[in-house]
Write a protein of this length. Structure first.
Length: 367
């Protein structure tokens, strides 16, 4: 399969609800594409359309150059891994993995070879005789992956497959899924609302909201150059901070002004033609783009305020800083020693500031 292509695809239900609107996307062969967004944004609907579990009500869905709007699921050569794992409780791990092959009447020797090969790759060879009830969450997830692997599909579809696992296990399973994609060299389409999964796994991310694509790009593109405040807010931990203010171009250096706060703007923001003097904007400051100030920190790079909260988390300290524009939440090193109520002026990495129109929320950055 060379590609999957959505061409002006829409999904409208009989009650009038629009789950997907004018969706255009091309997924390349062997790509790992992640659909990212909050619940109800249309990401699972898009995945189910690829699988054939949802009808396309507008536009065309193509596999290569073939329109597959009316092609039934069993003829699409895709395999799906569900959030709930969907294992048969009365069957052994071996039989769960083999089930799809038996339904397609593969020879017994071929079924056995594929099942054992998948079990070896996923390190569950010693679990083949167990039932799902005897497995941990991570082991059940491996069985679900194995059941999809043995079919050797052209496309893997994964719908929030790690959401039922604890935090530590999610991290290890991400690595396993990434290795699986690299080993199998086939197309993966992955749905999640977890930004860490998207940034870790994806070749490209599609950020969605209310059935509409907000931005498509590599993880770096999405994180470093978000097109609007929604995209910027959806990635980052803690979430990006916003300060409302105006632009001052009266001096030699264009600045963002919010009360007594004045921050120099980098070249990529100063060059924006729409950045007129006095324009109302939203400045985006990510939690990691500050540091304790050096002795030579320029005034246009300083963020003064009062420490409101300090939350140590081992390797880092998350702090709340009350500034002229409100409270911002930032991440500093574990050696941070200030206490609540103390004044603090941090140095801002102004080259990494984001600027958005105050009304539309669209980015004002040019690159």
């Amino acid at each position: 399969m060379a590609s999957i292509r959505f061409e002006h695809v829409g999904k409208r239900y009989p009650n009038g609800f629009v789950a997907l609107s004018d969706f255009n996307l091309e997924i390349a062969d062997r790509e790992f594409l992640v659909l990212l967004g909050p619940s109800g944004c249309g990401k699972s609907t898009s995945l189910n359309m690829i699988a054939g579990l949802e009808d396309v009500t507008e536009g065309e869905l193509r596999f290569d150059d073939q329109v597959v709007n009316e092609v039934p699921p069993h003829r699409r050569d895709v395999a799906m891994v569900f959030q709930s794992y969907a294992l048969y409780p009365h069957k052994s791990v071996y039989e769960n993995i083999a089930f799809g092959l038996r339904m397609r009447k593969h020879p017994a020797s071929e079924i056995d070879r594929r099942v054992r090969d998948a079990a070896r790759r996923l390190e569950i060879e010693n679990l083949l005789e167990r039932r799902p009830s005897q497995l941990s969450g991570g082991q059940r997830q491996r069985v679900a992956l194995g059941r999809a692997m043995v079919r050797q599909p052209q496309v893997f579809l994964m719908d929030e497959p790690l959401s039922n696992l604890d935090a530590a296990l999610r991290v290890s399973m991400r690595a396993e899924i990434k290795q699986l994609h690299q080993a199998m060299q086939t197309t993966f389409v992955y749905v999640t609302h977890d930004q860490a999964e998207a940034l870790t796994l994806a070749d490209r991310i599609v950020v969605m909201r209310d059935g509409v694509v907000q931005q498509i790009g590599s993880p770096d593109e999405i994180y470093e150059a978000p097109r609007n405040t929604f995209v910027a807010s959806f990635l980052g931990n803690p979430a990006i901070n916003y300060l409302r203010g105006t632009i001052d171009r009266s001096g030699p250096q264009a600045q963002f002004v919010c009360g007594e706060l004045r921050l120099d703007l980098p070249a990529a923001l100063r060059a924006s033609e729409g950045l007129a003097n006095g324009r109302e904007v939203m400045l985006g400051l990510r939690a990691e783009d500050v540091s304790l100030p050096g002795v030579d920190a320029a005034p246009g790079r300083r963020l003064p305020g009062t420490v409101q909260s300090v939350l140590p988390v081992g390797s880092d300290a998350f702090i709340g800083l009350h500034t002229a524009g409100g409270v911002v939440y930032l991440r500093l090193g574990k050696d941070f020693r200030h206490r609540e109520g103390e004044p603090l002026a941090l140095e801002v990495n102004t080259g990494r500031l984001h600027l958005f129109d105050a009304q539309s929320g669209l980015s004002l950055r040019v690159s």
